[in-house]
Design a binder for this molecule. Structure first.
Ligand SMILES: NC(=O)c1ccc[n+]([C@@H]2O[C@H](COP(=O)([O-])OP(=O)(O)OC[C@H]3O[C@@H](n4cnc5c(N)ncnc54)[C@H](OP(=O)(O)O)[C@@H]3O)[C@@H](O)[C@H]2O)c1
Length: 230
């Protein structure tokens, strides 16, 4: 039977590249994001069985519906990639209440809701949960406080889920800068310190192919052109 992978935020950037890599690896896919038109375009390029639908991870009802419909289609899932995320810049004394809340809703609570919704199935399959945080999940960046706080929180979330659910293998995936819509329009030069979304997808490809007794808990990786700051 084909393995099934769920990817949130699959319409663009890193999520999209992971969807392509896992379809090449023979996974069936469940893809969620708000831009259903972009998901539809992506699905036409993929050569595997795909369920896709509108998903807003900041909305508990939307996450529940997405999980219910995914499980209706595939019965169980083997890999869940909580990738959907946003970044809203701003000093902590300037960022609005709304922007701070939105960041936490998507990057922190969105991850919690996604993993929670698929946890029973992941436990049954002794599956893998991958949470895309950031190299910023252990360091600080003035001017991006809300984002940094959300990613430190997501790191704590991954580890607590792991301690509470030893049957599931949790990975905190921590890329440095990646050339995606996250920074507006993609198209930045490698020398500016950006990796490509496909570079992140290669790490995921490697992890999902490992023997089931191996638990990769954390991977932090950056472009050689990005400063090695800690
Ligand atoms: N780019 C970087 O330098 C970098 C570095 C480290 C970590 N990351 C992390 O990598 C993840 C993916 O980011 P990216 O770089 O690929 O950015 P991106 O190109 O902007 O893609 C973000 C994805 O998240 C989805 N998304 C945003 N809000 C959502 C919501 N409320 N519900 C469901 N999906 C939502 C977007 O889809 P819709 O807009 O269609 O909903 C899109 O598919 C994020 O968690 C980000 O923090 C990025």
């Amino acid at each position: 039977m084909k393995k099934v992978a769920v990817i949130t935020g699959a319409s663009k950037g890193i999520g999209r590249a992971i969807a392509k890599a896992l379809s090449e690896e023979g996974f069936s896919l469940s893809l969620g994001a708000r831009s259903v038109n972009l998901l539809k375009e992506l699905v036409e390029e993929l050569n595997t069985e795909v369920f896709y639908s509108y998903l807003d991870v900041s909305d508990p009802v939307s996450v529940k519906e997405f999980a219910t419909n995914t499980l209706k289609k595939f019965r169980n899932v083997d890999v869940v990639i909580a990738n959907a995320g946003i970044g809203i810049p701003g000093r902590l004394d300037e960022i609005s209440e709304d922007d701070f809340m939105r960041t936490i809703q998507v990057n922190l609570l969105g991850v919690w809701r996604t993993i929670k919704a698929f946890l029973p199935s992941l436990k049954e399959r002794r599956g893998v949960a991958i949470v895309v945080t950031s190299d910023l999940s252990t360091r600080l960046l003035p001017g991006s406080g809300a984002y940094v706080v959300s990613k430190w929180g997501a790191r704590a979330l991954v580890r607590t889920f792991q301690l509470e659910n030893p049957e599931v293998r949790f990975l905190e995936l921590r890329p440095g800068a990646v050339d995606t819509h996250f920074y507006g329009k993609p198209g930045r030069k490698r020398e500016e310190g950006f990796m490509k979304p496909e570079d992140v997808a290669e790490i995921v490809r490697m992890v999902v192919k490992l023997p089931t007794h191996v638990r990769v808990e954390e991977v932090m990786f950056r472009s050689i052109y990005q400063d090695p700051v800690y």
